[in-house]
Design a protein around this ligand. Structure first.
Ligand code: F6P
Length: 530
């Protein structure tokens, strides 16, 4: 049992002793707290001085990492052992960004991606009518959507001018239909992105997109070959769909879906930002990989993020974790991290199949600052629940409009400071707040946060930041003793949905349904669905 380990017990005792201490006290006691509780790596700065920790907290957390044999697990990961034991798969996403050291099959697919990008960007690749491709639509979901979508948006300042990349993921026809409405089949390329090539949402969208193309192309031969490519591990299925083998960008079962943006799943990113920029993204991630593997625990950024997350979740009893990028370009980061963290570590059982006796992954959520300030920040300031968060700021703006960036940064800093230090009744009174309003105008503070600063948002620093979070997730899985690389929890709903589809359509009856599901189906059937 995790909670009975001596290293865990020591943390429990320490947490109880530290509970009454406010972040105000910690800062008052140590004028060099920022220097003592921040780390730098290249152009990344991680300031965790506003976490409710002391030097002793970190010492005990690192002792837990040692007790959980983190270094041995890092070696297993590096050696490519099948650490995803429930699926008998290795976890080798670091190989995808290893540059010259990458396996031959990885380098081969990368050079095919380079050639393909070149053909599209130079206009050598033409659609069925002979026109150049100007729009790319990625059809994928989960890891085959969230990563490339987030990166493409984050790097919009680096986009190629002649090509627009779009993303469609939802089974709801509204997603695809609203995109197709603005597109021309003669100039649109579809990337069907699916590791398994069996995902309902993606294949439904792909079939509809193919019908849309063929309705325009008529009998023109080879239209599908000119307008459909795939990123997949399942060549038999891509072939069956009608995608020519030479248009399939392959990856492998040792690439987990939510760790796949570095593989062929990154094709829409490479098309959007150009292949050279895509290699910069890979190089940034590789740099962070080296840091993760080589840096000692005291200077290791991913490990530090993981230890802080575990501390907040299991010892400060925080059930959620906010992600607040003060960058519109990074506004999809919370959604991306939701999958990365919650699909990886939202688990009940450990690696031996025994129930975990401590809470695991917190609920990850968030929104770009300053938008979040005008919606949910009220609850962070005065809602009374412990909600740790990551603030992410850029030293330099990617869209430098006069006056915007300094004000944005001031807001980012103001919020983390207000959350940490709050405002006492005495301070409110001294600032002229009338006595009857004092309860409403005091702020308890003591909300922990970490601030990550990227010097600037480039393909390289973005690659570093994503890899930082990936390794944080891995470290947490080791600390909790679970398998971060499977996702059996998503299966039950899929099975039920396939059973219910003919029932909802009115083509079959199902007598064993609970009364709620049965009642809802009866109600919905009256709307004559397609
Ligand atoms: O949601 C479950 C899941 O398997 C994710 O892990 C994965 O990223 C997503 O579905 C998409 O899967 P595929 O790439 O095989 O279509």
């Amino acid at each position: 049992m995790l909670s009975t380990l001596p290293a865990w017990q020591a943390l429990s005792d320490h947490a109880e002793a530290l509970r009454p201490t406010h972040l105000r006290d910690l800062f008052a006691a140590d004028p060099a707290r920022f220097d003592n509780f921040s780390l730098r790596h290249g152009k990344l700065l991680l300031d965790f001085s506003k976490q409710r920790i002391t030097g002793e907290t970190l010492r005990l957390l690192r002792a837990l990492a040692e007790a959980r044999e983190l270094d041995a697990w890092k070696e297993r990961l590096q050696r490519g052992e099948a650490i995803n034991h429930t699926e008998h798969r290795a976890v080798r996403h670091m190989d995808l960004r290893a540059g010259d050291q990458a396996p031959a099959e990885v380098r081969n697919v990368l050079s095919r991606i380079a050639a393909f990008c070149d053909a599209i960007h130079s206009g050598v690749w033409r659609g069925y009518s002979g026109e150049c491709i100007t729009h790319v639509v990625n059809l994928g979901i989960g890891g085959s959507d969230l990563g490339p979508r987030m990166v493409a948006k984050a790097l919009s300042a680096h986009h190629q001018i002649d090509i627009k990349v779009h993303f469609v993921s939802n089974l709801d026809g509204a997603d695809l239909a609203s995109k197709l409405a603005d597109l021309n089949p003669r100039t649109t390329l579809f990337v069907v992105a699916s590791k398994t090539f069996s995902t309902l949402e993606t294949l439904t969208n792909a079939r509809t997109a193919r019908d849309w193309l063929l309705a325009a192309a008529g009998q023109t031969s080879g239209a599908v070959a000119k307008h459909f490519v795939a990123a997949s591990t399942n060549i038999a299925a891509t072939r069956e769909f009608g995608i020519a083998d030479e248009n399939v960008f392959e990856f492998w079962d040792w690439v987990g879906g939510r760790f796949s943006l570095w593989s062929a799943i990154g094709l829409p990113v490479a098309l959007a930002i150009g292949y050279r920029n895509f290699t910069e993204l890979l190089a940034g991630a590789n740099n962070l990989d080296r840091h993760f593997i080589e840096a000692p625990a005291e200077r290791n950024l991913p490990l530090t993020l993981a230890l802080l997350s575990l501390w907040n979740t299991d010892f400060l009893r925080a059930a959620s974790h906010g992600i607040f990028p003060y960058s519109q370009s990074l506004s999809l980061l919370p959604r991306y991290l939701q999958q990365l963290e919650m699909e990886s570590n939202g688990k009940l059982y450990d690696r031996d199949g025994a129930p975990l006796d401590v809470p695991t992954c917190p609920i990850i959520w968030g929104e770009a600052g300053t938008n979040g300030q005008h919606s949910f920040f009220q609850l962070l300031h005065q809602g009374g629940q412990p909600i740790p968060s990551d603030f992410i700021a850029l030293g330099k703006s990617d869209y430098p409009l006069h006056g915007h960036h300094t004000a944005l940064l001031a807001n980012c800093l103001a919020q983390s400071a207000a959350l940490a230090f709050g405002q006492t009744a005495a301070e409110a009174r001294a600032s002229g707040i009338p006595e009857h309003l004092l309860p409403y105008r005091t702020f308890p503070g003591n909300q922990p946060s970490t601030t990550l600063v990227l010097g600037e948002l480039t393909p390289y620093t973005l690659g570093q930041m994503i890899a930082l979070y990936e390794h944080k997730v891995f470290c947490l899985s080791v600390l909790w003793g679970l398998n971060a690389f499977d996702q059996w929890g998503v299966e039950l709903g899929k099975v039920l949905a396939s059973r219910l589809t003919p029932v909802v359509r009115g083509e079959a009856d199902e007598h064993s349904l609970d009364s709620s599901t049965a009642g809802l189906i009866t109600h919905l059937r009256q709307f004559r669905m397609s």
